[in-house]
Write a protein that binds this ligand. Structure first.
Ligand code: ADP
Ligand code: ZN
Length: 284
C-alpha cells in the first residue's frame, strides 16, 4: 500500500510517499507560502502517486477538537494567510482518500515511536525546541489529543535570578517558549544561537528551563522516553546539561535510572516528522 504524508511546517512543507514499514519512496520539500500555492505544490507531487491514505502533521495551533465547527482548521497563527484556514476541508477536496490530521509534534513522536529512538518503549514524549517549543506524546501506538491538542511549550517556568529577560511569547512573555526557544535565545543575547559558543551561559540557562519543563512532563505523563529535537538542540552540550538538571530538580523523588538512555536525541535524521505523518495515516 502506498501512503502519503505531509509534514506541514510553518517554514517548509515536506510531502512524501512511503509504505507500511516506514520506507520513503519519493519526497519533496518546498517553502510554506500562502495556503493555495503551498497546497497546489503538494497536489502536483501527489498526482504522480496512487496513494491510498494520507497523514498530515501540521504546524499550529490547529483545531483538533472533533466537536468543533472549525475542526481541522489553523487557528491563531502569526502567518496571517493561514489564520482560520480550513486545512482539512481543503485536503479533503484535493484527495479522495482517508486523511488523518494531527500536530507536527505528535507526528514526530509517532515517527520516533515506530521507527526511531522510541521503538522499544510503550510511551514517548517528543519535544521540539526551535522557532517555537512544542511536544507530542504517544502511548501504545496512539498519539495523545485531549479536547484539542496540548500546548506543552507554553507552560509556566520559574525564571532564574540571573536572567531578567522579559521573554518573547506574545501571549505569556516568560513561558517556556518565551524563555527557551531559538528566537528567545537570539533576542536575549543579541545573536543567533548558532553563533554563541558551546560554553556560553545561554546553554546553562536554556538547559535549566528545558529541565524544569521536562520534570513537569515526567510528573504529569510519566513517559518512558523523552526525545528532544529542533534547531536549538543542535547544541549537543545541552543534553548532558539537561540530564544533570533533571536529576537535580527531581531530588531523588522520582526513580530516574539511566538518563543517558531516557533523555535522547531523535534517531530519524530530520525524517521523524514526515515518517510520523505517513504513520498517522496507518492509525486510521
Ligand atoms: P522550526 O522550529 O522553524 O521548524 P528549527 O527546528 O530548525 O525550525 O528551529 C529554528 C531555530 O533554531 C531558530 O531560532 C535558530 O536560530 C535555532 N537554531 C538553528 N540552528 C541552531 C544551532 N546550531 N544552535 C542554536 N540554535 C540554532
Ligand atoms: Zn507562551
Amino acid at each position: 500500500m502506498l501512503i502519503g504524508g505531509i509534514e506541514a511546517g510553518g517554514t517548509k512543507f515536506v510531502c512524501a510517499v512511503g509504505d507500511e514499514s516506514g520506507n520513503i519512496l519519493d519526497k519533496i520539500t518546498f517553502p510554506t507560502e500562502e495556503p493555495d500555492k503551498t497546497l497546489d505544490a503538494a497536489k502536483q507531487f501527489f498526482n504522480k502517486h496512487d496513494i491510498q491514505a494520507l497523514g498530515v502533521g501540521s504546524f499550529g495551533p490547529v483545531d483538533l477538537n472533533k466537536k468543533s465547527k472549525t475542526f481541522g482548521s489553523i487557528l491563531n497563527t502569526p502567518k496571517l494567510k493561514w489564520k482560520q484556514f480550513h486545512l482539512l476541508d481543503q485536503l479533503k477536496q484535493d484527495y479522495n482518500v482517508p486523511i488523518t490530521l494531527d500536530t507536527d509534534v505528535n507526528a514526530a513522536a509517532l515517527g520516533e515511536y515506530k521507527y526511531g529512538a522510541a521503538k522499544n518503549v510503550a510511551s514517548v514524549l517528543y519535544i521540539t525546541v526551535g522557532t517555537g517549543i512544542g511536544a507530542g506524546f504517544v502511548k501504545d501506538g496512539q498519539t495523545y489529543i485531549g479536547k484539542s491538542h496540548p500546548e506543552m511549550g507554553h507552560i509556566f517556568i520559574q525564571q532564574r535570578k540571573d536572567d531578567n529577560f522579559e521573554g518573547n511569547c506574545p501571549y505569556h512573555g516568560t513561558c517556556l517558549e518565551g524563555l527557551a526557544s531559538g528566537p528567545a535565545i537570539e533576542k536575549r543575547f543579541g545573536k543567533k544561537g548558532d553563533l554563541l559558543g558551546a560554553d556560553h551561559i545561554a546553554w546553562e540557562i536554556t538547559a535549566d528551563y528545558l529541565a524544569q519543563a521536562i520534570i513537569n512532563y515526567l510528573l504529569i505523563l510519566s513517559p518512558e522516553k523523552v526525545i528532544i529535537g529542533g534547531g536549538v538542540m543542535k547544541q549537543k552540550q545541552l543534553y548532558p546539561l539537561i540530564r544533570r538538571k533533571v536529576l537535580e530538580f527531581s531530588n531523588a523523588y522520582m526513580e530516574l535510572e539511566n538518563l543517558d538512555e531516557m533523555i535522547v536525541t531523535p534517531k530519524l535524521n530530520d525524517e521523524q516528522g514526515i515518517k510520523g505523518a505517513i504513520a498517522l495515516a496507518l492509525l486510521g
